[in-house]
Write a protein that binds this ligand. Structure first.
Ligand SMILES: NC(=O)c1ccc[n+]([C@@H]2O[C@H](COP(=O)([O-])OP(=O)(O)OC[C@H]3O[C@@H](n4cnc5c(N)ncnc54)[C@H](OP(=O)(O)O)[C@@H]3O)[C@@H](O)[C@H]2O)c1
Length: 271
């Protein structure tokens, strides 16, 4: 085991979705803390932009990859192994949303969401496991959402994908305990990124107002903190944590509160 405090030595990290938003901020934060970072996403030019802006760009690598392609994921992890040898931290952050009523869903976009937000997480987990086993104090952080434990209208598939992610985290943290790999869930609240602009929104449902939302740098700080001191699950909004608990005890009460809080013309169920 590494005797130095985590972050003091040159840890090796893979960050998915590193071309923008929370993933970009995480790559920056980790690089600042001395990590060598493998930046993965589809847009190579954006990955190169981020890498070039990090201190010591040559220490880091870009891994252009469409996570919906399992063979591309395996090949990406081979590149990471060639350059970094092993991984001490994997941040599974890439995902996309889908703001629409269920009757508006395009089957292709729906499959893209499940492939990106769920299946790819399992592909990355499987392909990165040998590298984590070879790492020091290995940790995997799964970037989830406050909607993982409370379904919401207009984002039914996205919330379901995050519920699946939390289930993956709960199972993996026991499956990987014998390898000494910590698995942490981070339930992120509303954050100022391109996420809402990027998601399909065929019926022009109102997007949340992100003017007062968290900055991605705050989430990046939490990811670094989790690598230093792993916890099974960390919430970035106590209100949503309370709402999810209320939802278990009294679904009707939780529905009422949610409808009032969301606005947007949704109605409380009467039956
Ligand atoms: N923003 C929020 O309010 C919020 C709240 C809760 C949770 N989250 C979670 O935070 C995480 C990061 O989201 P963000 O807010 O930073 O949004 P974002 O700026 O849109 O970032 C999404 C990232 O995922 C990558 N990505 C999407 N599809 C991909 C694919 N098929 N293959 C490889 N990479 C792919 C994108 O890169 P390319 O387009 O270059 O591939 C991008 O780097 C997500 O898991 C999201 O669910 C966000």
């Amino acid at each position: 085991m590494n005797a130095e405090p985590k972050g003091a030595s040159r840890r090796r990290a893979l960050v998915t979705g590193a071309s923008s938003g929370i993933g970009e901020a995480t790559a920056r934060r980790l690089a600042q803390a001395g990590y060598r970072v493998a930046l993965l996403a589809r847009r190579e030019a954006e990955l190169e932009r981020v890498r070039a802006s990090l201190a010591d760009p040559e220490a880091h690598l870009c891994v252009p990859c469409d996570l919906r392609d399992a063979a591309a994921v395996a090949s990406a992890l081979r590149s990471v192994r060639e350059r970094l040898g092993a991984l001490d931290l994997v941040v599974q952050n890439a995902a996309h949303g889908y703001l629409a009523r269920v009757e508006e869903y395009d089957p292709k976009l729906l499959r893209s969401l499940v492939d990106t937000n769920v299946t790819a997480v399992l592909d990355i987990a499987r392909e990165s496991l040998p590298l984590l086993r070879a790492g020091e104090d290995p940790t995997m952080v799964l970037v989830s959402s406050i909607v993982a434990r409370r379904g919401i209208p207009g984002q039914v598939a996205y919330a379901a994908s995050k519920a699946a992610l939390n289930s993956i985290g709960e199972g993996l943290r026991i499956e990987w305990a014998s390898d000494g790999i910590a698995v942490c869930l981070l339930d992120v609240g509303l954050t100022r990124t391109a996420f809402f602009a990027a998601q399909p929104n065929p019926g022009r449902l109102p997007s949340p107002d992100v003017s007062a939302a968290d900055r991605p740098e705050r989430v990046a700080d939490e990811i670094l903190a989790l690598d230093r001191h792993p916890e099974p699950e960390r919430w970035l909004s106590w209100k949503w944590r309370a709402l999810s608990l209320v939802g278990l005890l009294s679904p009707r009460l939780s529905d009422r509160y949610l409808v009032r809080r969301m606005g947007g013309g949704w109605r409380t169920p009467e039956r």
